[in-house]
Design a binder for this molecule. Structure first.
Ligand code: T1G
Length: 694
């Protein structure tokens, strides 16, 4: 008997239990075990039915992603699925927890499926840049119809047991022990002499779409509406569409071909990397996995501005009561009003039911005065981004907060050690840097102070995951990881304006690369006046943005900035800006040149990678993949490009270093010289990924 598949004949019902922690992936040992047990059972007249169940927290969560890209180890999953589908007696899949990817595909090859009502049933392969490669694109449409199937497969989002029962994916719901429930159901099937139907043999759910293709094509188009740049969602839809064109086996062959194309393609490699990078980032370097996080039951957020409101909503969304604190009724009520407006807007789009809005707002209590933070286990400060104000708030919180409370600042670049120094408990202080809009963006940069205690770090990571954020622990420096790299990019985008590139050209290169918003559109959103005032305070000139601001062009808020805006938020290139830039350059005696898109892309990305290398050298980030997680989840770096450091590896560090040296000379900017770590890896023909392996 295999170590991961146990067989027990319970008076004629053979219960096969997979026990392959942590998620019962269909690893090689599981496939060997199933292969052996099913072969034995097929020839054993004493086996009247088979139940497939799992031990632990979940049914099968998919193929073992760690095996991808490695030499296949027989038996393959297809062999197991053939054994299940052609088994001569009833096979019941008893599902709890998750049945995802290959897990659901396995269940679809059983004759019957029973599940608990909160089971997650889904085919999330598309999130790995793949498609269901074990018959899911051919079997699921035959169970739930092609329209529902294409929506599930292209979104990758699961449905629960309840919905599974409604759409015919589940035959019966159960509670309690899966094996026991499976055995009882199997006995019922035997007693009722139910026919053994194979999903592949029943095309009845395809008939309507075969008669009217628009049933499928409309659903496919809707499902693919927001999949910019990704190839897997289109391939998923193509495979599901094949169910309307040919035989089951032809569809299976088509699916296999498309799966292998995706598996061996660049996009899936990047997306599989991102999957593991996200999970690695939650493992804090230097903090043992056994470190117990502190209990967080009550949260207080200080500051009801945009960030404080978004942060509070994130806790309310996770069902965690939060007290939001302001210094005055008016600011508090304004903040509460913005949150209510945001929830109502989501409800209006059908994203929330009205009762959800009420429940979530009910989780948020508005108070005036810091004393209301006294019972909180976690206090997140989200006040003005000036050190003096933050230190004053933390000094007051130090006197109010209960012992053991975690004190976090949402600062986006200020020194967390200096903030901590205004308290007598620096060990309880860290940064939790959320990204705007905080109720939407997934990244939480957790900034560890010099004195931050290990269990405080573990607490911040755990609570970030509880509110469905992606935590990345970073060191304390100006801009931490994300904004420090953003500044390196911003320096180049600003310089390029003085060399002849226009805002719209630079932004277009960045958005075509897959990043949602270019630097100048971002500046217009944030407001050009903030930087302008700060430059004036410091006596620093920046001729082009200064000229824009002197003309009252502060960005979106004034309807004009680097772009003009006509009623909406869409940036429209403005000849007046081209004229202003030309005049400014002329005044400066600069002669604009044609700048290629390729140069722009290299000068947008490689300086970020260079800053990332310095961040690694300074141990501000523990892993290159942590830097990638920051950019994937904090700045919308396209998932199919893996992150700046992964992307640099895919370009080749030798080339990246050479181009940086070239631009350093061309522009006379020494900061573009390759960082020592980058140069070393390039000279040794290595990758950033090789550091993680070391
Ligand atoms: N293979 C290998 N390892 C996996 C894994 C998988 N499928 N899923 C999770 N892990 C590891 C994960 O890296 C982590 O490892 C630990 O398990 C706990 O994961 C043929 C081709 C199931 C919802 O895409 O969505 O089937 O960090 O922290 O928050 O068509 O894991 O502890 O070392 O995420 O409770 C399709 C992927 C695969 C599901 C559980 N299936 N997994 O979430 O735990 S492709 C998926 C998840 C496929 C077929 C195709 C989640 C989860 P470590 P975790 P969790």
């Amino acid at each position: 008997m295999s170590a991961t598949v146990k067989a027990e004949n319970r008076d004629g019902v053979l219960v096969l239990t997979i026990d392959n922690p942590p998620v019962n992936a269909l690893s090689h040992s599981v496939r060997v075990g199933l292969n052996e047990e099913l072969a034995k059972a097929a020839g054993d007249a004493g086996v009247k039915a088979v139940v497939l169940a799992c031990a632990g927290r979940s049914f099968i969560s998919g193929a073992d992603i760690r095996e991808f890209g490695k030499p296949p180890q027989p038996p393959g999953l297809h062999e197991i699925l053939d054994q299940l589908e052609n088994f001569p007696r009833p096979i019941v899949a008893a599902i709890h927890g998750n049945a995802l990817g290959g897990g659901l595909e396995t269940a679809l090859c059983c004759h019957f499926r029973i599940a608990t009502k909160d089971t997650k049933l889904g085919l999330p392969e598309v999130k790995l840049g793949l498609l269901p490669g074990a018959g899911g694109t051919q079997r699921l449409p035959r169970v739930v119809g092609p329209a529902k199937a294409v929506q599930m497969i292209v979104s990758g989002d699961p449905i629960n047991g309840d919905e599974g029962l409604k759409v015919g994916l589940v035959d019966e719901l159960f509670e309690g022990d899966p094996a026991k429930a499976g055995e009882a159901f199997a006995r019922k099937v035997i007693a009722e002499k139910r026919a053994l139907k194979r999903v592949r043999d029943d095309d009845s759910k395809l008939a309507a779409a075969k008669a009217d293709r628009s049933i499928f094509t409309d659903a496919a188009a809707a499902a693919n509406k927001r999949n910019r740049g990704l190839i897997a969602p289109l391939a998923c839809a193509e495979c599901v569409g094949q169910t309307l064109e040919g035989t089951f086996d032809e569809g299976l062959a088509f699916e296999r071909k498309k799966f292998l194309e995706l598996m061996n393609g660049e996009q899936s490699k990047a997306q599989r990397y991102a999957f593991f990078a996200e999970r690695e980032a939650a493992k804090v370097a230097g903090v043992s996995a056994e470190t117990k996080p502190r209990k967080i039951e009550r949260v207080a957020v200080v500051g009801a501005g945009t960030m404080g409101g978004g942060i509070s909503m994130s806790f309310a969304n996770a069902g965690i009561p939060v007290t939001i604190i302001e210094m005055g009724e008016e600011q508090l009520n304004r903040g509460l009003g913005v949150m209510k407006k945001n929830y109502d807007a989501t409800a209006a789009r059908g994203g929330l039911k009205p009762e959800d809005v009420t429940r979530r707002m009910g989780m948020i209590t508005g108070k005036v005065g810091l004393e209301h933070a006294k019972d909180a286990d976690l206090i997140i400060e989200a006040v003005f981004e000036t050190m003096a104000i933050k230190k004053e708030v933390f000094a007051k919180l130090d006197a109010i907060a209960k012992p053991g409370a975690v004190l976090a600042s949402n600062t986006s670049y200020l020194n967390i050690d200096e903030i901590a120094s205004s308290t007598k408990r620096p060990q309880d202080v860290l940064g939790m840097h959320f990204f705007s809009p905080a109720n939407v963006m997934k990244l939480c940069e957790i900034v560890r102070g010099a004195k931050t205690a290990p269990d405080v770090l573990a607490t911040a990571v755990a609570i970030a995951k509880r509110i469905a954020k992606v935590p990345a622990v970073v060191g304390n420096c100006d801009g931490f990881v994300g904004n420090r790299m953003l500044a390196a990019r911003g320096k180049q985008s600003d310089k390029l304006l003085y060399e002849g590139a226009l805002p719209q050209q630079i932004d277009a290169v960045v958005t075509r690369f897959g990043i949602p918003m270019g630097p100048f559109t971002m500046s217009d959103m944030a407001g050009l006046d903030i930087g302008w005032r700060s430059r004036k305070d410091r006596g620093v000139k920046a001729e082009i943005p200064d000229a824009l601001c002197e003309a009252g062009r502060f960005g979106l808020k004034t309807g004009k900035g680097y772009y003009k805006y006509e009623g909406g938020r869409a940036p429209i290139p403005d000849p007046e800006v081209e004229d202003l830039i030309a005049k400014t350059l002329a005044k400066m005696g600069k002669k604009p040149r044609a700048v290629s898109d390729e140069e722009i892309l290299e000068r947008m990305v490689y300086p970020m990678v260079n800053e990332g290398a310095r961040i690694l050298e300074e141990k501000i980030a523990a892993r290159p993949s942590d830097i990638d997680v920051v950019w994937l989840y904090g700045y919308g770096w396209p998932i199919y490009r893996g992150g700046p450091m992964f992307y640099a590896d895919s370009v080749g560090l030798k080339k990246v270093a050479e181009r940086l040296s070239y631009y350093a000379k061309e522009t006379g900017d020494p900061s573009l010289e390759p960082a020592p770590l980058l140069k070393k890896l390039a000279d040794e023909g290595k990758t950033f990924a090789s550091l993680a392996a070391a």
